[in-house]
Write a protein that binds this ligand. Structure first.
Ligand code: 13P
Length: 341
């Protein structure tokens, strides 16, 4: 596999494939396990992720890359193979979440700043040695009638740009993720408000990437879709697709090879339907695909329930979701395909 940033980025979004976000921090994966009454230990976290990475059909055909958490990047499968080698053996690329999480931003009530820039150059070099070829950094943008503030937005965009430049220096493709929260507080914003904020966020982020000398050919953008808040959901699939494509076309240069959405709290089928509507209905200069966490894993997590005997059922659930999203990445998903499972 080529080591050029451009080639890695293209591979991450090619051929109806997308990215599995399995980079939940220890705190977040504990919350996911709590929902199925499973205690989160290092071995159980390994077993759960190994189960996903051993779903060969899904991994070979529908998953171009996997975002890992620091712990997972260093873990071995039960048989001693590194999880990174397991991912590679299925033709997929290992990636790493490198941000240290969103923390309250001093001076700004209700907004956060993502930490993790100090020492990042050294960490990226280590991650490259461990086999990672792309990274992820998530900047979080609160949304309401009065949020985000310009100050908080700009500081998060600057952090994303500094991260992206450091990644490229290390031979690692940065996934640039500015996430406008769909499921934050109050979560009652309209789709029009989400459009307005998404447009502003993308403009700000691309200005900062330009000022930071980031090569756009060697990044992947991971945005939210333009969608109304979790407590106000009513926009149709067509509306979400239309406004999302409009916001992207107004702001994302054609030099960017691919856009891989986060699911952000949408149901798994919603996230698939929205992606498919965009790919089916619009001509775009970039490949548009998925980088889903919850929308790829929710059904598998539930089917698994922490029990060894449920592994085949959980792998089947994951494979189905991955296949549906692969169809969506080609604009070919239908409800009939969904029900064929
Ligand atoms: P969700 O698809 O669950 O939003 O997670 C994707 C992700 O990586 C968020 O940072």
């Amino acid at each position: 596999m080529s080591e050029r940033l451009e080639d890695i980025a293209i591979a991450m979004v090619a051929n109806g494939k997308g990215i599995l976000a399995a980079d939940e921090s220890s705190g977040t994966i504990k919350k996911r396990f709590d929902s199925i009454n499973v205690t989160s230990t290092e071995d159980v976290r390994r077993d759960y992720r190994e189960m996903l990475f051993r779903a060969d059909d899904a991994m070979k055909n529908y998953i171009s890359g996997v975002i890992l958490y620091d712990e997972t990047l260093r873990q071995n499968a039960r048989d001693g193979t590194t999880l990174v080698d397991l991912i590679k053996s299925n033709g997929s690329i290992a990636g790493i979440k490198v941000d240290a999480g969103a923390k309250p931003l001093a001076g700004f009530a209700d907004e956060t700043i993502t930490e993790g820039l100090d020492g990042l150059r050294e960490r990226l070099n280590e991650y490259h040695n461990l086999g990672a070829r792309f990274a992820k950094w998530r900047g979080v943008v609160a949304i309401s009638d009065v949020l985000p503030t310009w100050g908080a937005l700009r500081q998060n965009a600057q952090a994303l740009a500094r991260y992206a430049a450091l990644c490229q220096e290390a031979g690692i493709v940065p996934i640039v993720e500015p996430e406008i929260l769909m499921d934050g507080v109050p979560g009652d914003h309209s789709i029009e408000r989400c459009y307005e904020v998404t447009d502003w966020v993308l403009k700000t982020v691309f200005n900062e990437l330009y000022d930071a000398n980031v090569k756009l050919e060697g990044i992947i953008l991971k945005p939210n879709m333009v969608i109304d808040g979790k407590n106000a959901r009513k926009a149709s699939v067509e509306q979400v697709a239309e406004l999302t494509v409009r916001a992207l076309k107004s702001n994302v240069p054609a030099a960017v090879p691919g856009i891989a959405f986060l699911s952000g709290g949408q149901s798994d089928v919603e996230a698939t339907a929205h992606l498919s509507a965009m790919n089916a209905g619009y001509d775009m200069p970039w490949n548009l695909t998925y980088s889903y966490g919850r929308a790829l894993q929710a059904a598998a997590l539930k089917a698994w329930g922490g029990k060894e005997e449920n592994v085949p059922a959980a792998q089947a659930a994951f494979t189905h979701r991955a296949r549906m999203n692969s169809l969506a990445a080609k604009g070919e998903w239908t409800e009939a395909q969904e029900k064929s499972a």
